[in-house]
Ligand binder design. Structure first.
Ligand code: ATP
Ligand code: MG
Length: 330
């Protein structure tokens, strides 16, 4: 079967609605048809300078949320990035093939370094490590949100460049970005994406939030001064975002929703969005909390995933080291 691979950073206790609708739902769906590899990107999270204890807790919490969302560790390889040393080995090889100008054009670095204070070299070279994460597993498809499109393009370029220079070695991955759901926006600032590391959390729907908190946030979502409910990302980004969320979780199409809400107000829409969100999130939250009660079992799942992932990663790095002219390790 073709291989699917993706990861999420443990940069917050809870995943948010964008991570869920934009990525996790697709991860779960792809398990049906693909040989799936999913990981917690703890090395990437180090670019934000987390407290060690906090990072450890969030790494387990993130893995628990993958499982709560439907990733089945018996079918998929579920692992922690830092458990596989080969990611950083391939990262170095790919770094030496990445142009400085090319890396400088990555918009996530520009956005994050403009907002944050922690502008380190790791944040700058983040997309190269991400390329290593993908290429090391010979991934065919990479299910991610729209914000990762440029990074995926870099992964494809690097695979192609490596192959052109050293002969066919790496698989060139395809992005798998769901048009309708790949960009869930912040409820308070509907022109920027919902992010774990957003400056304030008023516009962030965290999957582990108390239901009452979620309802409150959705009811105070920014809309516009008109009254009609229609999908128009240009002029009505807030309303369009609410329609996208509703549609993704309820299964109704945007067109059906527009008809259903003809003549109704924003208050009605918000009330219903809050309801579908709470319905989705309540069992998710319960499952996550239950999984976190048995750390031993969670760690066993991650150890099993690491073993399966390592087998593939080791073979790729051996192949790559040989191609570039490194002597076999004695
Ligand atoms: P951070 O702010 O720390 O970068 P994040 O919310 O962007 O956190 P990531 O761990 O970087 O989350 O990304 C995990 C996955 O979720 C990626 O596939 C990414 O494309 C997707 N994703 C992130 N935000 C959104 C969003 N607002 N809408 C849809 N998908 C998203
Ligand atoms: Mg991100």
């Amino acid at each position: 079967a073709p291989r699917s691979l993706s990861g999420m950073q443990p940069t917050s206790d809870s995943l948010h609605l964008g991570n869920y609708i934009g990525a996790l739902v697709e991860w779960v769906r792809l398990q049906e048809t693909h040989d799936a590899f999913y990981f917690v990107a703890d090395l990437h999270a180090l670019t934000t300078g987390p407290e060690p204890e906090v990072l450890r807790e969030r790494t387990r919490l993130t893995a628990a949320q993958f499982i709560a969302g439907g990733v089945d560790p018996a079918r998929s390889v579920l692992f922690v990035q830092s458990h596989i040393a080969q990611h950083t080995e391939l990262n170095w090889i790919l770094s030496c093939l990445t142009g400085f100008g090319e890396a400088s054009r990555m918009t996530q670095f520009k956005d994050k370094s403009a907002k944050g204070t922690n502008t380190n070299v790791g944040l700058f070279t983040y997309p190269v490590l991400q390329a290593a994460d993908i290429l090391i597993y010979d991934a065919n498809v990479v299910p991610v949100g729209e914000d990762q499109r440029q990074h995926l393009e870099l992964s494809r370029d690097l695979a192609g460049r490596f192959n052109a220079r050293f002969g066919d070695t790496l698989v060139v991955p395809e992005p798998h970005i769901m048009k309708a759901t790949a960009k869930i926006q912040d409820l308070q600032d509907p022109t920027s994406k919902m992010s774990k590391s957003a400056a304030t959390d008023a516009g962030l729907v965290s999957l582990l939030d108390e239901p009452s908190r979620i309802v409150k946030k959705i009811k105070s979502a920014v809309t516009d001064t008109e009254r009609d409910i229609r999908f128009d990302e240009e002029d009505k980004p807030g309303v369009s975002n609410l329609l996208s969320i509703h549609s993704a979780l309820s299964g109704s199409s945007i067109a059906e929703l527009e008809i259903a809400y003809a003549g109704k107000g924003y208050g009605d829409l918000k009330k219903d969005v809050a309801e579908v969100v709470v319905e989705t999130i309540t069992p998710f939250r319960d499952r996550t909390l239950a999984l976190m009660k048995d750390r031993g079992e969670l760690d066993r799942i991650l150890a099993d995933g690491a073993e399966r992932a390592r087998e593939v990663a080791e073979a790729t790095v051996r192949r790559v080291y040989d191609k570039v002219g490194l002597l076999p390790a004695p």
